[in-house]
Ligand binder design. Structure first.
Ligand SMILES: Cc1cc2nc3c(=O)[nH]c(=O)nc-3n(C[C@H](O)[C@H](O)[C@H](O)COP(=O)(O)O)c2cc1C
Length: 435
């Protein structure tokens, strides 16, 4: 789907705030997005650019499940199914993202947001990067990119990512940074699947998409995105990258990262720039949610009746995991913890809950821990091992950290103790208060 059509739908349902007054891409747009989060916002009058900007579009699981027309609990099976049953997208010659092919590359013309005073420059934070390798074929990743001239950016490429593998093998790689995507492409790009799997086929299995050939590089790109920046990333041509506010909302250090030279810009005629607040909920949900099916599968493979998995926003949607199971054996909770750690190596703390607990509610999770957890038997402390590079408390360099899990499920033999919330009478308020 074209982002503009989705925004029209939000507008019709009164689910988006429109800012028609003049606003700057420097700090002001980010400030409004942060203040109104998780409400979607469309900025119609950006001081420095002819293009509109939209942000906060997919800040939580509800917004994403609404987009797909499913419930939040159906997200994991839907995503797992799309990863398993990938399908080839339709190809088109008439791509909306190529309605306009800019003669000259001038990044100053597009509203690349300067999010925060501490940032090293304006950043693209929502771009899905398409790259290819002669052996593995195409891959989709997210890579932030900081603008430092009219046609050059520096892009953060974490070691171990598929794109980094491509760069190490080839030295320089043609790319297409695609901005302005809907959740099938965003979520597919954020999955970490086997190298060689083209995530555009996962996107197509989530909801049919169209692809088109990029103009100057040999890549197939999502045809319905808003902007495409085509060019080349060279591993050994480096520039300062950062500072930047990353997933944990702390400031990431300045590193020497590869330069992305932009050679062609294409876009829709009435293109909308997709803003994404670094470190905030949209960044978190896109980072964490695609890991949930992997954790789910690992627990299921142990023979445990797992019902749902949620990488909680308070844990930066990366370091903390809440798991819901239907307990059948006394050790299901501890077993589920072990399996969940195997499914997400960056997890530091994991909680397992019974199926009567709403794992999306902070209060319910805390209540279950308060009333069902005993540290001497329900706590799993692992030997130190490498965790997430994003955790400031992990040992710098080695990422060594101590992981622990909390089995917050009730014992199967309750020995007369009450573990369920008492029910209050249900009344029809109209009977006592009137209409
Ligand atoms: C919004 C967002 C921004 C991200 N930014 C970066 C980034 O700047 N650099 C990076 O290496 N990974 C970044 N990531 C993470 C990876 O792109 C992501 O985990 C991806 O699934 C890795 O795919 P791969 O396994 O195909 O390499 C980001 C993820 C999201 C959702």
């Amino acid at each position: 789907m074209i982002l503009e059509d989705y925004i029209k739908k939000l507008r019709k349902n009164g689910k988006i705030t429109t800012v028609s007054r003049s606003i700057s891409k420097n700090l002001e747009i980010a400030g409004v997005l942060k203040t109104l989060e998780p409400e979607p916002v469309l900025f119609e009058n950006v001081k420095e650019s002819e293009f509109r900007v939209a942000g906060n579009l997919f800040c939580n699981k509800m917004q994403i499940s609404d987009y797909f027309g499913i419930t939040t609990e159906q997200i994991i099976p839907t995503l797992a199914n799309a990863i398993e049953n990938r399908s080839k997208p339709e190809q088109t010659e008439n791509a909306p993202c190529q309605e306009v092919i800019e003669e000259k590359v001038d990044l100053d013309k597009i509203p690349i947001l300067f999010h925060n005073k501490v940032d090293g420059g304006p950043y693209i934070s929502s771009s899905v990067v398409v790259a290819a390798d002669p052996e593995y074929g195409q891959n989709l990743d997210f890579h932030r990119a900081m603008q430092f001239s009219k046609d050059k950016m520096v892009t953060r490429i974490v070691r171990g990512r598929d794109f980094h593998k491509f760069l190490e093998r080839n030295g320089e790689v043609d790319v297409a940074f695609c901005i302005g995507n809907t959740p099938e492409v965003l979520v597919a790009a954020a999955t970490s699947v086997e190298t060689g799997i083209n995530e555009l086929e996962i996107a197509n299995a989530l909801s049919p998409i169209r692809v088109t050939k990029a103009k100057t590089v040999d890549l197939m790109i999502p045809a319905d995105c808003e902007f495409v920046l085509e060019g080349r990333v060279v591993l050994d041509e480096k520039h300062d990258e950062g500072p930047f506010i990353d997933l944990t909302e702390t400031v990431d250090v300045v590193r020497q990262e590869p330069i992305f030279e932009v050679k062609k810009i294409t876009h829709r005629k009435t293109a909308i720039w997709q803003g994404l607040l670094p470190g905030r909920s949209e960044h978190k949900i896109l980072m964490g949610m695609p890991r949930e099916p992997t954790v789910f599968k690992k627990i299921k493979d142990r023979g445990i009746d797992v019902r749902d998995v949620y990488l909680t926003p308070g844990g930066a949607s990366w370091l903390h995991v809440a798991v819901k199971i239907k307990k059948k054996n006394d050790d299901d909770g501890i077993q589920a913890l072990e399996a969940a750690f195997a499914g997400h190596k960056s997890a530091k703390h994991i909680w397992v809950f019974d199926d009567d607990i709403d794992i999306y509610s902070d209060e319910e999770r805390e209540w279950a821990m308060a009333t069902r957890f005993q540290a001497d038997v329900d706590l799993l402390i692992k030997d130190p091992e490498p965790g997430s590079s994003l955790d400031p408390s992990a040992e710098p360099g080695t990422k060594m950290t101590t992981k622990c899990g909390f089995d917050c499920t009730k014992v199967l033999d309750s020995k007369g103790k009450s573990f369920s919330k008492a029910k209050f009478p249900e009344v029809d308020l109209k009977k006592f208060l009137g209409d």
